[in-house]
Structure formats: C-alpha cells, structure tokens
Design a protein around this ligand. Structure first.
Ligand code: UDP
Length: 330
C-alpha cells in the first residue's frame, strides 16, 4: 500500500490525514473541489487535483494518473442545520459522491476505502456510552446521508469485494501546529472554534444552547476527540484493511464527556481570557449526551487516543491565535 487517494483532503479532518500520510512516506493524492476546503491546507508532498467527486470523468482521470491502492473519503457537506433545510443537497452531494467514488474504485480495481461517518448516525442514543451495535436512527439528513452510505458500502463489499471501515466521528477539534493546519469553516458553527473566536475578541460572547438538559450542569455533554488522534485512527484503519480486515463501523471518540460549560471554563484557563457566555435557547435536534464507547477501535484497530481536552483546546488556540482569519481566503 503506497498510494492513497484522499478525497476531501483540503478540508479540516482530511488535511490532517493528508499531513500524517505524507509524514509517514505515502504518496498522497488529494481530490477536492475546494468548495469548503482550502488549497493552503494541502502542504507540499501531496498532489492536489481540483475537481468534484461526483464528476465521473474527473475521478477516472485521477485513478488513471495514479496507481491508487486505497481511498480515504472525507468529501461531504457536514452542516447539520443546513441539511435539515436542504436534504436534497446533502443526499445529492454525499451519497452521490460516494456512488461515483465507489464506481471509480470498482472500475479501477481498488478494493479498500476508509469512509468518514458520524455519531449523527445514532440520532437520540439509547444508552451511554454508545456502541456500534446500538440502534441507528438519525435525527437529521446529514446523519441520514452518512448512514445511507454505510448501507451502500455494505452492499458494495458483498457485490464487488470492496472492503471498508466507516469511522463514526464524535466531536473533532484541535489542530496540528507542526503542519500549520487547523479548523477554518465558513460559517463556523462548532463550539470550540466559536469559544476561541471569543477569546480572540472576534466575537463578543458565546451562546450556550440550553442549560436545562438532564446533565450535571444542565448543558449538553459531548465527546471531544483531537483531530490528530482521528487521523491516526484512519491510518490504522487503512493498515487493518490492507492486512485483510473485515469491513465494519468504528466509533472514534475519547470515551469521556464534557459539558458546554466545561469547554468554556477549560478554554478560559488555557487562553487566560474571560470569554463571556450567555444562555440561549436549545438548538433543535441536539441530544443531551453523546459519548463514544471506543472499545471496538481499540481492540480491532489497536487505536488509543493520546490527547486530552486541554491539549485539544491548547492546539486549537495556537492555530486560531496564529491564524485569526483562518487560511485568509475570506
Ligand atoms: N454549542 C453551543 N454554542 C455554540 C455552538 C455549540 O452551546 O455556539 C453546543 C451544542 O449545542 C452542542 C455542543 O456545543 O451541545 C457541541 O456542538 P458542535 O456544533 O460543536 O458539535 P455537534 O455536537 O453539534 O456535532
């Protein structure tokens, strides 16, 4: 396994995977339409081909130019709120992109794919921590589109022998200072970057979306996982598939939960800034608690997350304070 195609490799998590693969000596080809990704996030050492994964001719050119051994597919839209108002956009891009990627893989004899899935496939969880065998019942079209692709992957394994690891991310955060890459979304909707934009003085305050949840301090609890630990899991999943591992879904979370208030308090400590916060109404569709069981990824992939919440926030802070305008593309 030498040459890896990273679709969506100019995006937040994809760029961290690209950096790790380059560091480990793989030949990396990034395919990205740059609709939400950033050219500057793809550092030297990786080849960038700009195009859309729904474009069969584009993918055919990429698979013909490079002898691809495996695919890591990050290319997707990922805004939960937008998916609710525009489900066709989400199914069209995410499922459509997966269909054309799998078609290109089948046509070019590529039989391994690591796919970005999400904790949103579970919807309102039955219990905590969440295990891969728990009920999947998404509460928004974003999670629905990812679960549909997991179903498609299962059938493609049976029909064409394309094996997959569907990695269900919990809350990705953090940055990679050595590679000089980090999080830069427009608009930004995620808690940690928003909190750090307050610390930078770019926002006046952070709104806490509800403080009447059935949790110890009333605010939602999430499982935050360092983006570099996520990248490490993708590499382990590639290696697992390469040695003949069976297809399956894997949770990627730390196994620990932190409330919105705990995140804000930790960010105050790390940054030394006051970070004003006000309580606002609940955000529709937010489950009160989402915590991963990561036992399967530990046992089957040999993964162990290494970076805790303070490191996540400190690394994100270093990125945001060094790049107050992100990649600066407006
Ligand atoms: N959140 C918040 N204020 C914000 C953004 C997020 O209180 O400005 C809360 C949100 O309700 C959720 C948690 O922070 O409970 C994490 O939200 P995020 O959007 O980062 O990730 P999600 O859990 O939705 O994937």
């Amino acid at each position: 396994m030498k040459t890896i195609l990273v679709a969506g490799g100019a995006g937040y998590i994809g760029s961290h995977m690209t950096a790790l693969l380059v560091e480990k000596g793989f030949q990396v080809v990034v395919a990205d339409n740059l609709s939400t990704g950033h050219r500057q996030a793809v550092k030297g050492g990786a080849a960038l081909r700009v195009g859309d994964v729904r474009d069969a001719a584009f993918l055919d050119r990429v698979f013909s130019e490079f002898a691809i051994d495996a695919v890591v597919n990050f290319a997707a839209f990922s805004l939960v709120g937008e998916s609710v108002t525009d489900p066709l956009k989400y199914y069209g891009n995410n499922v459509g992109g997966a269909v054309s990627m799998l078609t290109a893989m089948k046509d070019h004899g590529v039989d391994k794919i690591v796919f970005s899935s999400t904790a949103a496939t579970y919807g309102e969880p039955e219990k905590q921590p969440i295990e891969e065998t728990d009920r999947t019942d998404p509460t928004n079209p974003y999670g629905g589109s990812k679960l549909a692709i997991e179903g498609l992957l299962k059938w493609c394994d049976r029909a064409y022998g394309i094996r997959y690891a569907a990695l269900r991310y919990f809350n990705a955060a953090g940055a990679n200072g050595e590679a000089d890459i980090g999080e830069d979304h427009h608009p930004e909707t995620h808690l940690i970057p928003i909190v750090l934009q307050c610390a930078l003085g770019k926002r006046e305050r952070v709104g806490i979306y509800g403080d009447d949840y059935p949790t110890p301090d009333g605010t939602c609890v999430r499982d935050y996982i360092h983006v570099r630990d996520l990248a490490a899991a993708h590499l382990l999943a590639l290696e697992y598939l390469d040695r003949g591992g069976q297809s399956g879904a894997f949770n990627l979370g730390s196994g620990d939960g932190f409330s919105v208030k705990e995140i804000i308090d930790t960010a105050r400590q790390v940054t030394g800034k006051p970070i004003p916060a006000v309580t606002e109404p609940r955000r529709a569709g937010d489950p009160s608690v989402l915590i991963a069981s990561n036992a399967k990824a530990r046992e089957v992939l040999g993964w162990a997350p290494e970076r805790g919440l303070e490191t996540i926030i400190a690394d994100a802070w270093a990125w945001h304070s060094g790049h107050p305008d992100g990649y600066g593309e407006g």
